[in-house]
Design a protein. Structure first.
Lengths: 115, 114
């Protein structure tokens, strides 16, 4: 059974360019999370979707970041315009239906480098 | 606000010795507690969780953790460490009530020395 799929695995772009990260959650999971991991800040939750609806986007850094989940099997995180401080590893995770006690399943991550 | 503390940046242990990775938490209400492991260039992988019931929780790869409500701790343990256990370990917590996001600790690097 495939886990969470993320693409691309690595992205190198120049400051000012648009970056789109993609995620396919595990089939049957109804919660989806986007995280950012850096050495300085650790693992930060950016946004949480439940049944394709954004529930908590308080972690989205600023208007340059946007996320969508058009259907249960696909989500995107977009950064426009990108800045060097956006360099990080971005993880997507999904979780099955439940009362909140379910663990999250993480994808392999996208390593973003903005020069 | 909920929080997780992992007081040790790194834990070194000799192969075959018992290991402990510490975690304390702060949360309103009853906690849901989790441990995850991250190997280099990989995503986090679930190890075990405490939701309710027995305070001693057993998980993957021989790991276990003990929930201590009075000390607000959820330390990760393993009786005999393997070199392959070397990785980054994250403790996480959320409140059991309603929607609450999961808060992750900063991570503890475990180094098992052959």
């Amino acid at each position: 059974d495939a886990g969470v799929i993320q693409s691309p695995r690595h992205e190198v772009t120049e400051m000012g360019q648009e970056v789109t990260l993609r995620c396919k959650p595990i089939s049957g999971h109804n919660s989806l999370f986007w995280y950012r991991q850096t050495m300085m800040r650790g693992l930060e939750l950016l946004i949480y979707f439940n049944n394709n609806v954004p529930i908590d986007d308080s972690g989205m850094p600023e208007d340059r970041f946007s996320a969508k989940m058009p259907n249960a099997s696909f989500s995107t995180l977009k950064i426009q315009p990108s800045e060097p401080r956006d360099s990080a590893v971005y993880f997507c995770a999904s979780s099955p239906p439940g009362r909140g006690g379910n663990e999250q399943y993480f994808g392999p991550g996208t390593r973003l480098t903005v020069t | 606000a909920q929080s997780v503390a992992q007081p040790e940046d790194q834990v070194n242990v000799a192969e075959g010795n018992p290991l402990t990775v510490k975690c304390t938490y702060s949360v309103s209400g009853n906690p849901y507690l989790f441990w995850y492991v991250q190997y280099p260039n990989r995503g986090l992988q679930f190890l075990l969780k405490y939701i309710t019931g027995d305070n001693l929780v057993k998980g993957s790869y021989g790991f276990e953790a003990e929930f201590n409500k009075s000390q607000t701790s959820f330390h990760l343990k393993k009786p005999s460490a393997l070199v392959s256990d070397s990785a980054l370990y994250f403790c996480a917590v959320r409140s059991s009530g309603g929607y609450q996001k999961v808060t992750f600790g900063i991570g503890t690097k475990l180094q098992v020395i052959p």
